[in-house]
Design a protein around this ligand. Structure first.
Ligand code: GTP
Ligand code: MG
Length: 187
């Protein structure tokens, strides 16, 4: 946390299970393949990475949470980093929570989102890797996920569909960020 840049610009962070595609989505948004490091092996991103965009706002790549194939110690480290970041980063305008669109609702994702509610943090959801699902799978999984959310939330957050391969969702996410950038710094 001590090495993060000053919290004087709007900041948008990407979070989700290890391997869900956070770093790939950042590269896709920036049209810059090698900006954030990606890997087929979960646990690639291990520190908080800030990318300054147009000298005026930040995209933030974070370590993932809760993937069974990441060692227990590494998971603990990542979770501590994330908790501190979420608790302390006062210029966090919106957190994008990435959910793998290929799989049915996972408890750790739902718990993570419910915890954001307790922390009163603004967030949106991005269903990732849509190039790897059929239309039906995508509809079934996203419907099941939003149904689970509505058990604890009165309203659904903004939901986006993305693919780092086809660039699906790029314009929608960037437009959403642009609309929030005009809001004054919170706190
Ligand atoms: P950690 O840093 O380990 O937490 O992972 P991450 O969430 O940053 O995932 P990353 O972007 O490194 O991607 C993980 C794997 O999924 C890589 O092999 C990517 O090429 C692949 N991937 C990411 N996004 C997509 C996508 O939209 N479509 C497809 N087909 N593959 C993707
Ligand atoms: Mg990563």
């Amino acid at each position: 946390m001590k090495e993060c840049p000053l919290p004087d610009k709007p900041e948008y962070a990407f979070i989700g299970r290890s391997n869900v595609g956070k770093s790939s989505l950042i590269n896709m948004l920036c049209m810059h393949g090698g900006l954030a490091k990606t890997s087929a092996t979960p646990g690639k991103t291990r520190i908080i990475n800030h990318f300054l965009i147009n000298e005026s706002w930040y995209l933030v790549d974070l370590p993932g949470y809760g993937y069974a194939k990441v060692s227990k110690n590494m998971r603990k480290d990542f979770e501590k980093t994330l908790h501190n970041y979420l608790k302390k980063r006062e210029n966090l305008y919106c957190l994008f929570v990435l959910i793998d669109s290929r799989i049915p609702p996972q408890n750790n994702d739902l718990e993570f989102i419910n915890n954001l509610g307790k922390m009163k943090l603004p967030f949106a959801i991005v269903f990732t890797k849509t190039d790897k699902t059929t239309q039906k799978q995508l509809a079934d999984n996203t419907k099941a996920f939003t149904k689970e959310l509505l058990k604890t939330w009165e309203e659904l957050p903004h939901c986006f569909y993305s693919s780092a391969v086809t660039k699906r969702g790029r314009e929608e996410i960037l437009e959403y960020i642009a609309s929030l950038n005009f809001m004054p710094i919170l706190s």
